[in-house]
Design a protein around this ligand. Structure first.
Ligand code: NOJ
Length: 762
């Protein structure tokens, strides 16, 4: 007892010393910023709110660049899309040596899924379900970016997306709000490590706030309109999770929310973000987000810039709406000096917290740049993380893993596609250093097996479509020969082989910004190629590249093995070889539903029941909520993914089926690796709130654990459930739980679960 009370005293002391030192730090910061702001002119304050793109600054010539004049005049708060210590040091020098108040600049970049060591695209990474691995990917990205001069990343992107037509679904974590929130936290932690004063942490920027992923028709930048109940329950939590994790900045989204663009939406940027959630950092617009509100139709540039500031926006990316109009708006009484001061203060606070006032060159250490970027150690981790993000859809007759012997025909436009391996948003990557599938396979087999290669087809029959899909240096080197000739060459290769690996799917830039599609199947010529390869009668493994859920009904019926590899990053080819040859047992699980066809979209696991649900086991009934031509089922459900081994789930055991108040429910299940290989399995917990004051989803993910099981091994997995897990926003937006019956479900995906019902009273 004595020991416990002594420990308690020590704990309280530590906490209060910590709290006190935080207060001292804040006081120090405030004193510093108060003094600085007293010296600032109005123009200099407005200048801090300006974030231009860097343009083409040449090393050693920053002071003569176009942007230098503005920096010297104190009209720039930060720059983005500039990298390398040499360049950043040069530009920072202009700010701290030539501008009147010597205020250092922020240097931001889209470090989205790695810096030079690239990890899988976020949608792929989210299928890893290992939060430590995801955090580690952000940690490595931060270390590399900060070693190259960057102190701020426009990541994590946490937009919930349920429409795979939308190209930017590739940049987020899929459809689920719980998984998305866990990933948001892990990413912020990885980038910031709770301490921005270190030289290897960078400030994160959660985006795109808010609802960007709910664009109508999957068309980028499009209108979103939804009830607040849906927002709070299904879309906003991942942004809030990032705020709770201490994210330093937030990016406003391009879209409108309830008829007011997010960039001018005071309810969103101030009432919810700052007042309700207590966000203390700064808000930046997206690229020309202010100017675009003219086209949205809510005013001219002066008006929309004023509206953005009044809504709570602090920094203006690229468009210079603030820089060119705020002074006039102040003179005309359209904004207040206090509003400009508040925004300026938040930018200065970020710079202070990053330690830039102490040392503006904190991220400009050439030695770090030379030794900490694209290291063997980082690449090794990226390879492991990539391999564990791949999702095995089908493996009929155990075609996989392949043997490292005989002759393997590697065919397809993605087989020798080095520039495409990193996927969308890989601005700092050196594509030539990525490992292609052909390189990965050849390195893996050495002299043990023969790898034959043929392209087999172009990406698409339409050359212009291929051009639009292979931008930013990610060419697939279109083959000018007639399609039949390219195909015949591939068939000749296929016929000499024991097994065919078909590397098909999308090009890297077929998803990402402004890359929406209406037909989300494997493109035409590639599908013809696949059909022809299957006709050879050889076993075919489809290695599928994609940045979105594709419609694969035909492929699922006809191809014996399908491994979805997303865009795995710089080590993609090696990671693919690891899985194809069984050195790594696949363990990825989908973070988003794969529909049977486009007409089913939006299709997501946590839908409502409706008043006319389909009876269990049926796929159509008249006057029920369904289609005449296809069932409501997805092709592959959320949470789905196979392994080279089998996992069997025992019965679901509950500590109690009748609970009261704040009790804790233990839900346990024994999972057995009943196959012959060691493997990893993500055990998923879902809850169905059966009766509510508002309708509730048929199930909601509430927990998961990724476990490792040796062949033959069994482990009992336990989830602790409290009323906290039952809470939701009701019709009045009150966040609480309601007494009643709940179904507790555990399984290896959202469809195949064991279920037990409990009653929980207040
Ligand atoms: C526009 C994109 O929407 C956003 O995600 C990105 O961070 C900015 N451009 C800056 O590149």
């Amino acid at each position: 007892m004595k020991l416990i009370s002594r420990l308690l005293v020590v704990f309280i002391l530590v906490v209060s010393v910590d709290a006190r030192s935080q207060t001292t730090n804040t006081t120090k910061m405030n004193i510093f910023i108060d003094a600085l702001m007293k010296k600032m002119t109005l123009e200099e304050k407005i200048g801090q709110l300006n974030l231009p793109g860097a343009g083409d600054i040449v090393t050693g010539q920053a002071s003569s660049s176009d942007i230098a004049k503005k920096i010297t005049e104190g009209k720039v708060g930060g720059l983005f899309n500039i990298k390398s210590v040499a360049k950043i040091k040069d530009v920072q020098k202009v700010a701290v040596e030539k501008s009147r108040l010597k205020i250092p600049l922020l240097f931001g970049m889209d470090v989205i899924h790695g810096y030079q060591t690239m990890f899988p695209i976020p949608l792929g990474l989210s299928c890893n379900w290992d939060m430590q691995a995801i955090e580690q990917s952000a940690r490595i990205a931060a270390t590399e970016a900060s070693a190259d001069g960057i102190c701020w990343t426009f990541s994590p992107m946490v937009d919930i997306a349920r429409d795979p037509r939308w190209g930017r679904i590739s940049e987020g974590n899929g459809e689920d709000v719980y998984l998305g929130s866990q990933i948001a936290k892990a990413m912020v932690k990885g980038y910031q490590e709770g301490d921005l004063s270190k030289n290897n942490t960078i400030m994160a920027c959660v985006k795109h706030y808010a609802l960007y992923g709910a664009a109508e028709g999957g068309r980028d930048y499009n209108t979103t309109d939804m009830s607040r109940v849906r927002m709070f329950n299904e879309y906003l939590p991942p942004y809030k999770a990032a705020v709770d994790a201490g994210v330093g900045s937030v990016m406003a989204s391009f879209n409108e929310v309830d008829g007011v663009p997010a960039t001018a939406n005071k309810w969103l940027q101030t009432d919810v973000l700052r007042k309700q959630w207590g966000f203390k950092g700064f808000v930046v617009t997206d690229y020309t987000g202010i100017n675009e509100m003219v086209a949205h139709g809510i005013g001219d540039l002066q008006m929309v810039a004023a509206r953005a500031l009044m809504a709570g926006i602090d920094m203006d990316m690229v468009g210079e709406g603030f820089l060119t109009t705020l002074k006039k708006s102040l003179q005309e009484g359209k904004v207040t000096a206090a509003q400009i001061d508040a925004a300026c203060r938040r930018i200065l606070e970020a710079k202070y917290k990053l330690g830039l006032f102490d040392d503006p060159y904190k991220y400009c250490d050439e030695k770090r740049a030379a030794t900490e970027i694209f290291t063997d150690a980082n690449r090794k981790i990226a390879r492991k993380i990539a391999a564990e993000s791949f999702v095995l859809f089908k493996n009929q007759g155990n075609v996989l893993p392949l043997k490292k012997s005989g002759t393997i025909a590697l065919i397809g436009p993605l087989a020798d596609a080095t520039e495409n391996m990193t996927g969308t948003w890989s601005v700092a990557a050196d594509f030539s250093k990525s490992v292609s599938v052909i390189r990965g396979l050849k390195e893996a087999v050495g002299n043990e097996a023969k790898i034959l290669y043929a392209k087999g087809s172009n990406l698409t029959a339409d050359a212009a479509y291929e051009e639009r899909s292979t931008m930013f240096g990610k060419s697939l080197h279109r083959d000018a020969r007639p399609a039949t000739e390219i195909l015949q060459e591939a068939l000749a290769v296929a016929n000499q082989s024991d097994v065919i690996v078909a590397a098909l799917g999308e090009a890297a830039e077929m998803t990402g910004e402004s890359s929406s599609r209406t037909d989300i199947g494997i493109p035409d010529v590639q599908k013809d190629l696949l059909k022809a390869l299957l006709k050879t009668g050889k076993p075919v493994v489809l290695v599928l590249f994609t940045g979105r859920p594709l419609t694969l009904t035909w492929e699922n019926e006809n191809v014996p093995a399908i491994l979805n590899v997303w865009f795995g990053g710089s080590e993609a080819g090696s990671a693919i070889a690891d899985v194809l040859f069984g050195d790594v047992n696949p363990s990825g699980k989908l973070s988003t539903t794969f529909p049977q066809n486009v007409g089913q979209i939006p299709l997501y696991y946590n839908h409502k029941n409706t008043g006319r649900p389909l009876p269990e086991g049926q796929w159509f009934q008249k006057f029920r909520s369904n289609y005449l031509d296809v069932s409501n089922d997805p092709l592959y459900p959320f949470g789905y993914g196979l392994s080279y081994t089998n996992f069997t789930y025992g019965d679901l055991q509950l500590s109690n089926t009748s609970l009261k108040g704040n009790q804790t429910l233990s839900a346990s299940i024994t999972v057995t690796n009943s196959g012959t290989r060691d493997g990893k399995e993500t055990v998923q917990l879902y809850i169905h709130d059966m009766v509510g004051s508002s309708t509730r989803p048929v199930k909601e993910l509430k927990g998961f654990q990724k476990i490792e099981l040796k062949a033959g091994e069994a482990k009992t997995v336990t989830f602790k459930i409290t009323p906290e897990d039952l809470k939701f926003y009701n019709y009045d937006l009150k966040y609480d739980w309601e007494a009643g019956d709940f179904e507790i479900m555990i399984g290896g995906n959202s469809r195949d679960v064991k279920t037990v019902r409990v009653n929980w009273s207040k």
